[in-house]
Design a protein around this ligand. Structure first.
Ligand SMILES: [Zn+2]
Length: 298
């Protein structure tokens, strides 16, 4: 998030001070200058503030539900590629093992029936992922779009990249940080059904109900998939697959985590993961109090 800035040295003139106040206000409130609403929804360049977390306003028709691609011949199909392949200073013996990849790795069974052409929101998430890497962060980013259920128009959106190294927080994946920010700003826990009548709703919407869709540059890891479902988002779009994330030189182990979760606990011990189910006399006290004590359900 934005840090406060200190002014030192000779006394500042009122005019300079006012300019500073205006600049700070612009960067922390609606932030029109940070991106001019991302050049009115990605007209040209995207926001370049690496720590921008707060929402962007959006007012345009949201794309209809995508239709699955019909790929008649998987072996001759050539996926679109923007030809971004950076020069590298790595030694040639390493570099030869790290060619630029031009298409997603995907076993057809897993992704059968859900391969679609990405839209501008998906491209925005991928562009943010590249920017994150260029700033020393992880190669993942997320965009959450809030959509009016009545008109089908976008209301606002959030962009967040992987903040793991930046915040020294292994849970700060793009999906998690984006969900946290959207929920915090909206004041709701359910991003799948945002009711205008909700007394906790902190941001305006003209429609009775809106909802959020999530775009993430990489297939969600188990934590992020769960976080997305905990926030009741029903529409999840991703670009790179867990197999893309597992390639040489990238080496993120989402796929092995999914495999681990499918095992019984005893079998996970063979992987060196020891989970124990402990018996205590008070293990159900909190649940009993919750269901019998009139606690807020969520
Ligand atoms: Zn994740």
């Amino acid at each position: 998030m934005f840090r406060s800035r200190k002014f030192s040295g000779p006394a500042l003139s009122i005019k300079v001070l006012m300019m500073a106040v205006v600049a700070l206000a612009g960067s922390t409130l609606s932030m029109p200058s940070a991106s001019a609403a991302e050049k009115v929804m990605f007209g040209s360049e995207v926001n370049t503030a690496n720590d921008q977390m707060t929402h962007f306003e959006a007012d345009e028709v949201y794309p209809a539900k995508p239709q699955p691609l019909v790929i008649k011949d998987q072996f001759s199909y050539l996926q679109p590629w923007d030809q971004v392949c950076n020069d590298s200073k790595l030694p040639s013996d390493q570099l030869v093992k790290l060619p630029c990849q031009t298409s997603n790795i995907k076993p057809t069974l897993k992704y059968h029936g859900v391969q679609v052409v990405g839209n501008k929101w998906m491209s925005r998430a991928c562009a943010e992922a590249l920017r994150s890497v260029k700033n020393g962060g992880g190669p993942f980013s997320t965009v959450i779009v809030q959509i009016d259920n009545e008109t089908g128009k976008t209301i606002r959106y959030w962009v967040s990249h992987n903040h793991v190294t930046e915040w020294c927080d292994p849970t700060a994946h793009g999906e998690v940080t984006c969900i946290r920010q959207a929920c915090r700003e909206l004041g709701v826990l359910d991003l799948g059904h945002i009711a205008k009548s909700n007394p906790n709703l902190k941001m305006p919407q003209t429609c009775a109900v809106s909802h959020c869709d999530l775009y993430t540059s990489g297939e969600p890891c188990p934590m992020c998939y769960s976080a997305t479902r905990w926030s009741h988002i029903d529409n999840i779009y991703f670009a790179a697959t867990v197999l893309d994330a597992a390639t040489q030189g990238v080496n993120f182990g989402d796929e092995t985590q999914y495999a681990e979760l499918s095992l019984n606990y005893e079998d996970r011990q063979k992987l060196g993961v020891n989970c124990w189910q402990c018996t205590t006399d008070n293990s159900l006290d909190a649940f009993n109090w919750f269901k019998r004590g009139g606690s807020i359900k969520y």
